[in-house]
Design a protein around this ligand. Structure first.
Ligand SMILES: [Zn+2]
Length: 179
């Protein structure tokens, strides 16, 4: 089950998959923003804890859906207007980073997500208080080391392929289309 560390690593891999022009952006601001976006769907845990002391109450509902990723991705792509501390990322990037969380939860865990909400909804079952959630975030994140290493390896391979793939091998017509 991915925890914040795993979701952050997967979100970073998603970011590097489609962002080919990272120049001009502060890498630390981008890293911070990617970590926030990659974990945004789990804000439902915070909502459950704050309102009812149960992090499972609203978990895996609307925030774990395609619609949420689209809406939150759109808002996130305009969040740079709030201040210089937020990097300017285009909608497709923000959407993909948020949606990577939903896909990871769907593929790497047994519990369903509400992918097609509002047409379907699957709430998490259980009762997790503050102590359990904090303990899980701190200690269970260690389980995500494999996801972190896998994502880092993927980003390294991607970077090397892009660097070594000579541009002259790409036909002129295709190059024009790529641009
Ligand atoms: Zn989640």
């Amino acid at each position: 089950m991915p925890f914040p560390l795993g979701h952050s690593a997967i979100g970073l891999a998603a970011y590097h998959t489609i962002d080919t022009s990272p120049r001009g952006r502060s890498p630390w601001k981008v890293l911070g923003f990617v970590v926030v976006l990659a974990n945004l769907p789990d804000a439902d845990v915070i909502a459950g804890l704050l309102l009812h002391g149960n992090g499972d109450l609203y978990h895996r509902g609307p925030t774990h859906s395609l619609l949420f990723a689209l809406l939150a991705g759109y808002l996130a792509s305009h969040a740079w207007r709030l201040g210089k501390f937020i990097p300017r990322l285009r909608f497709s990037l923000c959407f993909l980073i948020i949606f990577s969380h939903v896909i990871a939860d769907m593929m790497l865990t047994d519990s369903p997500v509400s992918l097609l909400w509002p047409f379907e909804v699957h709430w998490s079952v259980g009762n997790s208080g503050w102590g359990h959630v904090i303990q899980s975030v701190i200690f269970n994140s260690l389980q995500d080391v494999g996801l972190l290493l896998g994502s880092m390896a993927y980003i390294c391979v991607l970077t090397m392929v892009r660097k070594w793939l000579p541009e002259f091998r790409v036909p002129a017509l295709a190059r024009r289309r790529i641009r």
